[in-house]
Design a protein. Structure first.
Length: 266
């Protein structure tokens, strides 16, 4: 089941979605998919004309692949312009993911500050070949995502760089479906933690909290389009790291801003 098929599944059956093992990340389901499916359920409960502005996500516990998950949404408040919702992903009676979402319509404003320019990186043609999916070595979900390194080191390469990034897109989607905020969640979370490049040997790491802010309106893109991504470690100590990241179109137009707190077991 590819990413677009999973989105269709949660629209039809939000109370019982089983995520295939091909979307696993270690013993848990890939966090980007969990966030995307919960967001998609949340979006269905939001008033028209109110695009998502920000999502605050906490991964409470690991969600098991191939076990039904219930995606539940509660409308907390609907104001004149902004809707606030709370989403829960529940498996085996336990909450595994929480999401607070803010959806808001645009309004006229005297303030108009353009985004900072996209970080310079190697062109798609000059970037490294797409990271291969190697069963038992790379996460299972990597068979659905294509990453091409342009900045920093790969995980466990003993590269003490603060930055990591390059080019990213979904693969094997079977067509040029319109890229939505749900797809952007998967693209942002597809990259490993910047902390892992500092290590000499494999170790586990997982996202504890994640905040994503979307630039609206989302440019017209498809699942065939490549995007640029770069994350920067701001601080790491005591087994926790803090990183900020951004996702841009290939032309450098800002799509999303991300911040994560990551736990690393090394």
């Amino acid at each position: 089941m590819n990413f677009s098929q999973l989105l269709k599944e949660v629209r039809l059956h939000p109370q019982a979605v089983s995520i295939p093992a091909s979307w696993a990340q270690g013993r848990a389901c890939f966090g980007g998919v969990m966030a995307a499916l919960l967001y998609e359920t949340m979006r269905a409960k939001t008033s028209p004309g109110r695009p998502v502005r920000s999502l605050a996500i906490t991964f409470v516990g690991p969600a098991e692949p191939d076990v039904p998950i219930s995606f539940e949404v509660e409308l907390l408040r609907e104001g004149k312009a902004v809707s606030s919702l709370l989403g829960r992903a529940v498996q085996n009676g336990q909450v595994v993911t929480l999401m607070q979402g803010s959806f808001g319509g645009g309004r006229s404003s005297e303030i108009d500050v353009p985004a900072l320019p996209a970080l310079e990186m190697s062109s798609l043609e000059a970037a490294s070949p797409a990271l291969p999916y190697i069963k038992g070595i790379t996460p299972d979900f990597m068979q659905h995502v294509s990453l091409r390194w342009a900045i920093g080191g790969i995980p466990f390469s003993n590269t003490p760089s603060r930055n990591m990034g390059g080019w990213v897109r979904l693969r094997d989607e079977g067509g040029d479906e319109t890229l939505s905020e749900a797809h952007l969640l998967a693209l942002v979370d597809a990259w490993p933690s910047t902390l892992l490049s500092h290590l000499k040997k494999p170790a586990a790491a997982s996202t504890l909290t994640w905040t994503v802010e979307f630039i609206q309106p989302v440019p017209s893109l498809t699942t065939l389009d490549w995007c640029r991504y770069c994350a920067q470690t701001e601080h790491a100590r005591d087994g926790y790291g803090h990183a900020a990241a951004a996702l841009w179109t290939a032309q450098g137009e800002l799509l999303a801003i991300s911040r994560q707190t990551v736990t690393v077991f090394a």
